[in-house]
Design a protein around this ligand. Sequence first.
Ligand SMILES: [Zn+2]
Ligand SMILES: [Zn+2]
Length: 131
Amino acid sequence: MKNYKNLLEQSNLKTTPQRLAILKELDKHGHASIEEIYENIKEMFPSISLATIYKNISALKDENVISEICLHQKPKFEIQKEPHAHFICKKCGKVEDVPFSEMMSKELEKKYPDSKKELYIYGICSECKKK
Ligand SMILES: [Zn+2]
Ligand SMILES: [Zn+2]
């Protein structure tokens, strides 16, 4: 379990229970959309609205605490980490992290310095293949 409070203290954002809950959700699920976060934390914060989560997500994104994954579906968010690729299941929409090999990271960095590396792999996940 990560220290979410630390993540927020390193940014310019105030630590609020809502922000901690959002980070906890992202850590738990790896990748989640605003709607998914809302569904999961509204019980804990009955007065929270989608708009509030949206605002907090934007703030966390601006401070580079989390990053947005642009999918061919609803955007999902994750806590900022090492560059990695994403596997996206075309059937169920599941998102999995795929590590870059060190060689690939170096190669990409050399060729495209100062650029944001986003790599997506589309296919059918093992769960859906079983069905
Ligand atoms: Zn699937
Ligand atoms: Zn990821």
